[in-house]
Design a protein around this ligand. Structure first.
Ligand code: F3S
Length: 390
C-alpha cells in the first residue's frame, strides 16, 4: 500500500509513538484488504468503552495509543449510567476502572456520546461519506440505511483511523463491493421483532454474501435498525439493502440466489433465541431507542401503573432530552430510562438472571457468559408489555 511522504514520517515514528502504532495498524489492515492507499474520513465511532468488555488489557492499549483524534469521533456505551447510576449496582473497582477508560478517551478529544446510535444527534454521516466506525449495529446502519461507507472496524482500528484521520481504501469504501448478491423474500411485511428475527436468520444464511430484502416497503427506519443490529450480530457482513427503501437498493448483481422466508422460519428463529421463563426484567433499547420509539412506548403506558418485573429502557442523553415528555410518562408508569449504557455492556448479571427483550441482537448476546449470562425471552413489544401492564 502506498504511503505519502507525510504518512511515511508518521509510520517511522516522527510524530510520536501513538500515531506510529495507529498508522501501522491501518497499514496492516490495508495490506490485508488489498488497499492501494489511505483515504480521508469524515468521522469515527469507537467501541470498546465498557470496562466489562475491554478489561485491564484494553485499558493498557488505550493508554499506549492515546493521542488527539483528527476527526469528529463518538463513543459506544459504557458500563453504567453516568448521570443516574444503574441499571445495576457496581463495585468501586469497576467504577474506578470505567472512569479511567473515560478519562483516556476524553483526553483524546472524543465526544461523550456513549451510544450505539450516534447517528441520532452526535455523528450524522451523509450518503457517500467515508467513515471509520466500530460497533456492528452502527456499521450496518451507516452503510445500509444512510449509504455512508465504512468497513467493519474494531475498536482499535476505528480509534487508529480517528487519530490519523484516514482509513485504508478497500472493501465497503469501493462501490463495486456494495452490490447485493442474494435476494431474501419474507412472506409478508414484518414488524420490529420479526425484522430482528429476520436479521438473525439472514445473518446465518448469507455466508459472506450481501442480501437485498424484498417486500418491506412501509417498514420504519427504527424497525430496519432492529434488522441491522441482529444481522450484524449473526454475520460479519457490513451491509444489506432493503428494496425501495435503502439508498443503494438498486445495486444488485444479476442472477443472485433467491431465498424465500416463511412465517414458520421467523417463528422458529425467535424460539431458537428464546426460552419461556418468567422474566425479572423487561429490557428495551438494543440498539438505543430513538425519539420516535420512546414516544410510541409512552403511548402504550399512558395513564397506567406498572406491575410485575422491572422495565428498563436504554437510549442516549440527547434522545432522552428530546423525548422528555415521553420519558416522564414512562417513568410515571414505573419504567426507567437509562442513558450512557445498555443491557449488554452493563454487568446485568449483578442483579438479574432472566431478561425479556424485543431485540434480536440482545437475544443473541445476553445468554453468553461473557455478555450477560441471562435466560432470555425474545418477544414483540406488545407481548413484553403484557408482563408489566395488568
Ligand atoms: Fe447497542 Fe448495546 Fe445493543 S451497544 S446495539 S444496545 S448491545
Amino acid at each position: 500500500m502506498y504511503l505519502s511522504p507525510e504518512e511515511e514520517k508518521i509510520y517511522d515514528g516522527e510524530y510520536g509513538e501513538a500515531k506510529k502504532i495507529a498508522i501501522r495498524l491501518l497499514y496492516s489492515l490495508g495490506e490485508l484488504g488489498g488497499a492501494e492507499k489511505l483515504i480521508p474520513i469524515k468521522s469515527a465511532h469507537v467501541s470498546g468503552v465498557s470496562f466489562k468488555n475491554i478489561g485491564q488489557g484494553g485499558l493498557n492499549f488505550l493508554k499506549k495509543i492515546s493521542d488527539k483524534v483528527a476527526v469528529p469521533t463518538t463513543l459506544n456505551p459504557l458500563g453504567f449510567d453516568l448521570t443516574e447510576n444503574g441499571p445495576v449496582d457496581i463495585d468501586d473497582t469497576f467504577r474506578e476502572k470505567q472512569m479511567e477508560v473515560i478519562r483516556v478517551y476524553n483526553e483524546m478529544g472524543i465526544m461523550n456520546s456513549y451510544t450505539c446510535t450516534p447517528y441520532y444527534f452526535y455523528n450524522e454521516p451523509r450518503f457517500g461519506d467515508h467513515i471509520s466506525w466500530a460497533e456492528s449495529s452502527a456499521i450496518t446502519y451507516a452503510n445500509s440505511i444512510i449509504g455512508a461507507r465504512t468497513n467493519r472496524e474494531s475498536g482499535p482500528s476505528a480509534l487508529s483511523a480517528a487519530i490519523i484521520g484516514k482509513t485504508p481504501d478497500h472493501g465497503m469504501h469501493k462501490t463495486e463491493n456494495r452490490y447485493a448478491n442474494m435476494i431474501i423474500k419474507p412472506y409478508k411485511l414484518l414488524d420490529y421483532s420479526q425484522l430482528a428475527a429476520l436479521g438473525l436468520l439472514t445473518g446465518g444464511i448469507v455466508k459472506g454474501k450481501i442480501p437485498l430484502i424484498k417486500g418491506q416497503k412501509g417498514a420504519k427506519l427504527f424497525e430496519i435498525k432492529a434488522f441491522a443490529a441482529a444481522f450484524g450480530a449473526s454475520s460479519s457482513v457490513p451491509i444489506f439493502h432493503f428494496e425501495d427503501i435503502t439508498p443503494e437498493s438498486k445495486l444488485v448483481k444479476e442472477k443472485s440466489e433467491v431465498v424465500e422466508v416463511s412465517e414458520s422460519e421467523i417463528n422458529e428463529t425467535m424460539d431458537k433465541f428464546s426460552g419461556d421463563s418468567q422474566p425479572e426484567l423487561i429490557a428495551i433499547g438494543c440498539p438505543h431507542l430513538s425519539v420516535e420509539e420512546l414516544n410510541y412506548i409512552a403511548t402504550l403506558v399512558r395513564g397506567k401503573k406498572k406491575t410485575g418485573p422491572d422495565l428498563f429502557l436504554f437510549t442516549n442523553r440527547k434522545v432522552k432530552e428530546e423525548a422528555r415528555d415521553a420519558v416522564r410518562e414512562i417513568e410515571n408508569f414505573g419504567g426507567k430510562v437509562f442513558v450512557d449504557t445498555c443491557m449488554v455492556v452493563s454487568p446485568l448479571s449483578n442483579k438479574y438472571h432472566r431478561t425479556a427483550t424485543n431485540s434480536g441482537k440482545a437475544s443473541f448476546y445476553l445468554p453468553l457468559n461473557e455478555y450477560g449470562n441471562q435466560q432470555v425471552t425474545f418477544r414483540g413489544i406488545l407481548q413484553l408489555m403484557k408482563w408489566v401492564i395488568s
